[in-house]
Design a protein around this ligand. Sequence first.
Ligand code: SF4
Length: 400
Amino acid sequence: MTTNFDALATRILEGGAATEADALAVLRAPDHELMFLVAAAGRLRREHFGNTVKVNYLVNLKSGLCPENCNYCSQAMGSEAPILKYSYLSKDETLKQAGAGLRGGATRVCMVSSGRGPSDRDIDKVVEMTEALKDEYDGVEVCACLGLLKDGQAERLKSAGVDAYNHNINTAESHHDNIVQTHTYADRVDTIGKAKSAGLSPCSGLIAGLGETDEQLVEALFALKALDTDSIPVNFLMPFDGTPYQNTWELSPTRCVKILTMARFVCPDKEIRIAGGREMHLRTLQATALHVANSIFLGDYLTSEGQDALADLHMLRDNGFSILGLDDAGFAELIATHEANAATVHRAHATTPCGSSAGTGCGDGCGGCSVAQAPAPSSAEDNKPVIRARGAGTEVAANA
Ligand code: SF4
């Protein structure tokens, strides 16, 4: 079995392709073979991406208040998760939030809005935000994620300088209607097609842990391969209290690594991004997973908090990765700046605790508070999503 995965990598490097049977074998490999799997898939990762990690930063432009019923989503109609709720951020607030992520090492800003899809006025706002971002930050990549697109909207985004459009298929077509009923799988594929036709780089991925079978995970990955999306965010279900998936824990750290490994074998030259749920599901295997995947989100997610941005940067440095777009000196300077800021904020909080993020440490992402206050999760209860209470839509500094 060990030799077979290495042989599979060799076959792919020589121009072959993984089959559905190969993908299933990866998902079902025994845990004791995990490092052989990672080593084999890591050959593909290094061939296409070296040891670079692409760092992305999420800005939630509009949070909650969604009329759709995606069962996994804390922003959905009927969700009772106590998330932040707000309508569109102003252009200035968007620039401020995006700037925090870019100064934190991100090269791509992902502007996300809840809702079925944007109105033409929403597109006006995103056009204005994109133009301002491109003016202010040289070389920034902008990805928009605004829901289902109507004719002409993708072209307007492209003209404004938007680089990519995200719309996840989320799961296999054969499982789609079990997780959402207010739109169809075909609706989702249609929007990805509209983005591609307009010249936007298509970004589409999935959420694992929604009750899908192994075969359905394979089905979803091969659908993404057929769609030829440039980047593939792999989310691991964050089971928010107050949603239908509350207390649903189907994933283990090794399972998550195998899912990412399968994605690498099936789509060897695509950006495989470890997305939502990274910390709670991969836990101590986050860095191991980056030997297969090549992209992450820095800091927080749309409605929940990620680990401190400084911890993300330390993880990358300690494991020998570099940040795409930064040379070694730039990376070292970035970490030094974050460490100095964290020390300053933490010293201040030693006398006046920020208290902005109860139970997970400092809402300013100072690092020190988190180390002091956030124990390693020992049960599912400890591991639950922590509702975001900083960054966009709050007065508290972003975690970036
Ligand atoms: S995933 Fe998007 S469309 Fe679905 S409920 Fe959440 S915000 Fe709405």
